[in-house]
Design a protein around this ligand. Structure first.
Ligand code: DON
Length: 604
């Protein structure tokens, strides 16, 4: 090539970079869409049909989205012990109709006990002992759920507290029939071993040495007593102090843990500003740190906004059936952009994200137009498995979870994710109080660079410190049409796959116009920087590996499907459409109609 041609090529590249960098700003201008209408009726979606029924019944009694979300979350603590909980934590978004500035993010994430040090998790070779990190009382974070649910209700609910707790209490006291998913999970060797290691868990889930079978009536009298205490004395007096607190401390002490009364009495929820970002004329509200989910979601959407993803849409609309079934509208170039955007976000997660009360998270820089533009420009036609996390300019110095959504008839939305971390948490129950304890502290980078149960690595930003919250991937999200009224409410379990699942459902629905049901059912991919490989669910078309490998991606097709997105989308006419992921046994419904029939294990 001559010098002139090289210079011309360089100029063209520079112009292309400028165009890519400026594109989103141009797209934001003047693209506000008219208000979405009020929902014609309220809607609820959760991972258990009984919890969905509880939420719908509370809406029918005149409750709002906060009442229904709290009632459903408490019901999940009874009927969905894999993830529903009193002994865990989570996050929720409250988004009132038409007032996005009044939206709030509630952080009820567990905290590290004051007397716990990371060294407690190391074995004699100085390596993280995975059993200690997942199945011992050391792994237990100070629970946040009781105070969190109470705080959400106190601030935004409208029904009396006791009325909101009552349905869960009835389910615990009078019992419910074990569903096929719980029966299946109780047979899982890892969970069985963890649960059976605790006499209190064993007594509930493996009476007479056998797992509870499908259809068996399960009454949980100890749990009912704890819920009663919560209903009558509130969280501070009925859980964090008094007999329940005594039992938590005794269980911890007996099991080699360090949670004490000071930890319980000192626990506080945090009300935080949600992260806000515009995407194609809609306002995305999502969870700030200590979740990484919202940061990554906005980074990835920001990057994708500047790519010509529209061109794929025309093909999708030309033949929607083929698009849904065979993915023919999403070519490998678009997927390459998804993957590379995710890789960049996850690299920064490992380096920079942690509890903002303990670590200065460079949030502004990570969500800045500069970061987004630089990342987009750096994405070429080939995979970049070797990329390193963003470094601040030298001058500035460095299982199982569950999600539920409610949209009430007044247009208020709650998006709530809660967890014990892996299924059934540590498997350890609090004797006499009837609830399982989380193993959330494995979400810390217990040792720099040493992967946690999801293969996530981290360093100083997410190191364990007394009182600190471990970094999370939970991504409760609400999208407001034109920045005003709820258009899409969604979230998921799945560890880091939460982030990729939420991103993909959101993009499929908002960009490619797929129905919410199709977007939730569609195959997913996952990329989290380390390991370098991109994982594909089984149902992608067969040629996809070769196409992505041709761009330098390392690809692994999984035999399993993952995550369990729960979503409510509002149709232009105001009819809510509810999608509970067919990968799991959840159920969604609208007021006045029966909830959807859950999938069975092995169906998908
Ligand atoms: O907070 C987190 O990111 C994890 N503890 C969530 C765990 C999870 O989603 C497991 N679910 N399948």
């Amino acid at each position: 090539m001559t010098d002139t041609r090289l210079r011309a090529g360089g100029r063209r590249l520079l112009l292309l970079c400028l165009w890519l960098a400026l594109l989103p700003a141009c797209q934001f201008a003047g693209r506000r869409v008219p208000d979405a209408p009020l929902p014609r009726r309220g809607a609820v979606v959760t991972e258990h049909p009984l919890a969905t029924q509880v939420g719908l019944a509370l809406l029918e009694r005149g409750g709002n989205a906060a009442d229904a979300a709290v009632g459903a979350a408490l019901a999940l603590a009874v009927v969905y012990p894999q993830a529903g909980n009193l002994g865990g934590g989570g996050f929720a978004l409250w988004v009132p109709h038409g007032r996005p500035d009044a939206a709030e993010a509630l952080d009820f994430r567990e905290t590290a006990p004051r007397r716990l040090e990371a060294a407690a998790f190391l074995d004699e070779h100085g390596q993280v002992d995975r059993e200690k990190a997942l199945a011992s009382h050391l792994a237990v974070g100070v629970p946040g759920t009781p105070l969190g649910l109470e705080a959400l209700h106190q601030r935004h609910g409208s029904l009396p507290w006791a009325e909101v707790v009552a349905p869960a209490l009835a389910l615990a006291r009078e019992g419910y029939r074990v569903d096929p998913w719980l029966a299946r999970d109780l047979l899982h060797p890892t969970y069985r071993e963890r649960l059976e290691a605790c006499e209190h868990s064993r007594r509930v889930w493996y009476p007479r040495g056998e797992p509870l079978g499908e259809g068996r009536l399960l009454r949980q009298t100890d749990l009912a007593r704890t819920l009663e205490s919560l209903a009558t004395r509130g969280a501070a007096g009925g859980f964090y102090r008094g007999p329940v607190a005594e039992r938590i401390v005794a269980a911890s002490r007996a099991g080699g843990g360090v949670i004490d009364h000071g930890d319980l009495e000192g626990y506080q929820v945090r009300w935080r500003e949600p992260l806000r970002g515009w995407f194609r004329g809609d306002l995305v509200l999502t969870m700030p740190p200590p979740s990484s989910g919202g940061v990554l979601l906005l980074q990835v959407l920001g990057i994708l906004e500047g790519f010509p993803v529209e061109s794929q849409r025309a093909r999708a609309q030309a033949d929607p059936a083929a698009w849904v079934e065979a993915e023919s509208g999403l070519d490998e170039r678009a997927l390459h952009w998804w993957i590379e955007a995710l890789r960049r976000g996850f690299a920064d997660r490992a380096e920079h994200l942690g509890d903002p009360d303990f670590h200065a998270v460079p949030l502004e820089a990570l969500l800045s137009a500069d970061w987004i533009a630089a990342s987009r420009v750096a994405i070429g036609e080939r995979a970049r498995p070797d990329l390193l996390p963003w470094a601040p300019p030298a001058a500035e110095g460095g299982g199982e979870t569950t999600h539920l959504c409610v949209l009430d008839g007044r247009g208020n939305a709650v998006s709530l994710t809660t967890t014990l971390n892996t299924s059934f948490g540590t498997g350890r129950s609090v004797g006499g109080a009837g609830f399982l304890l989380n193993n959330e502290l494995d979400d810390f980078a217990l040792q720099a660079g040493s992967p946690n149960v999801y293969g996530l690595v981290g360093g100083r930003a997410n190191a364990l410190e007394p009182g600190k919250r471990p970094l999370s991937s939970m991504t409760p999200t609400v999208v407001l049409a034109g920045g005003r009224s709820a258009r899409l409410v969604l979230g998921s379990p799945g560890g880091p796959r939460i982030i990729t699942a939420v991103q993909q459902v959101l993009v499929r629905h908002l960009v490619y116009g797929q129905s919410i049901e199709a977007a939730v059912a569609a195959p997913r991919l996952h990329q989290q920087w380390r390991p370098q490989a991109t994982f594909l669910e089984p149902h992608w078309p067969p040629g996809l590996e070769a196409a992505l490998e041709g761009r330098g991606h390392q690809v692994e097709r999984s035999r399993q499907r993952w995550a369990s997105v729960q979503a409510i989308a509002l149709e232009p006419g105001g009819e809510p459409r509810v999608a509970s992921d067919p990968r799991r046994g959840g159920s969604g419904g609208v007021v006045g109609r029966p909830p959807s029939v859950p999938s069975l294990p092995g169906e998908l």
